[in-house]
Design a protein around this ligand. Structure first.
Ligand code: BG6
Length: 297
């Protein structure tokens, strides 16, 4: 039985769930409950849309996104795990942002409540991949309701300590990025991407009016003030000590085959993470869970 048929069978009794095959053997789980709709690709456990009732979509996915095994989806909430950004042996050509976002996950559980739908998905490594010779497990819990909650648990299943970095690489939809402020990182230290070592301090809310790629040391709640849509997206974090803010700007966007040229205007990535000085060291048999809750006001 292929992945789509298995998912259709496993979710047949679930009232909020329909399954669509976006590409051969590439299923997407659509959620529709009284409070919101959402879609999650089994590939990467990748949330590709979230829209609370009566609101514009909160999550952006490119109209040029590619849905194919081994290719990361442009937009949504890519799960960067078990490493964020370049692999520590980047010279080996290992993929950016970890193995999990370009692999199929397992659906473990679905719970349909009155107003919420919760999905639990997992991805396990057995140590056989040269880029990640460790046994560990990621468990992602996504709750779709009037708010969106996503938690990522990392379990070290091996006999030695493992260093893990991660991000919930969320693409938030905005009317116009250059009329959007990211508020909440004032006073925090940051670096320009992870290749830079000079630490700077953020002195004011961030306006997304040029290419930006900054990694902040911060646990703070973030507000994305979208002036053109007259709404604010609030990102609350738990056990996440890093926040990445990214938008490619015009030039880099034009070079990306899976992002239409004008689309960089319509999202900002605010990524709850544990990276940079906040990589996690998990002792054998231990776990760590980080999470975010997204709401709109
Ligand atoms: O193109 P990718 O692999 O999805 O990465 C997009 C961006 O993701 C951000 O998290 C990184 O800080 C950027 O450096 C990177 O360019």
């Amino acid at each position: 039985m292929n992945r789509t048929a298995s998912l259709i069978e496993a979710t047949a009794e679930q009232p909020h769930i329909t399954i669509e095959e976006l590409a051969p053997d590439y299923p997407v789980i659509h959620v529709s409950n009284p409070q919101a709709t959402a879609s999650i690709a089994l590939h990467g456990a990748h949330l590709i849309s979230y829209q609370p009732s009566g609101q514009d979509p909160v999550i952006f996915t490119s109209r040029d996104a590619v849905f194919r095994e081994g290719k990361a989806i442009r937009g949504g909430v890519p799960i960067c795990w078990p490493w964020f950004s370049a692999h520590r042996d980047a010279g080996n050509g290992y993929p950016s942002h970890g193995l999990a976002r370009t692999s199929f996950w397992q659906l473990e559980q679905i719970e349909c409540g009155a107003d919420t739908t919760t999905l639990v998905l997992s991805f396990t490594t057995d140590g056989s991949d040269a880029s990640w010779p460790y046994a560990c497990k990621a468990t992602l819990t996504i709750t779709v309701g009037s708010t969106l909650a996503i938690s990522l648990r990392s379990d070290n299943l091996s006999d030695s300590a493992i260093e893990i970095s991660e991000a919930l690489h969320s693409y938030f939809q905005v009317g116009m990025a250059d009329q959007t402020e990211v508020i909440g990182l004032q006073g925090c230290d940051y670096v320009f991407s992870l290749s830079d070592t000079e630490v700077k301090s953020q002195d004011a809310p961030i306006v997304i009016n040029e290419a930006i790629d900054r990694v902040y040391h911060s646990e703070a709640t973030i507000e994305i003030a979208d002036r053109s849509n007259q709404r604010t997206i609030i990102v609350e974090k738990h056990n996440s000590q890093t926040t990445v803010v990214w938008n490619p700007g015009a030039e880099a966007a034009a070079a990306m085959g899976d992002l239409a040229n004008d689309e960089y205007h319509h999202f900002v990535c605010v990524e709850p993470a544990n990276a940079w000085p906040n990589r996690m060291t998990l002792a054998p048999g231990t776990s760590h869970t980080s999470s975010m809750t997204v709401s709109v006001k």
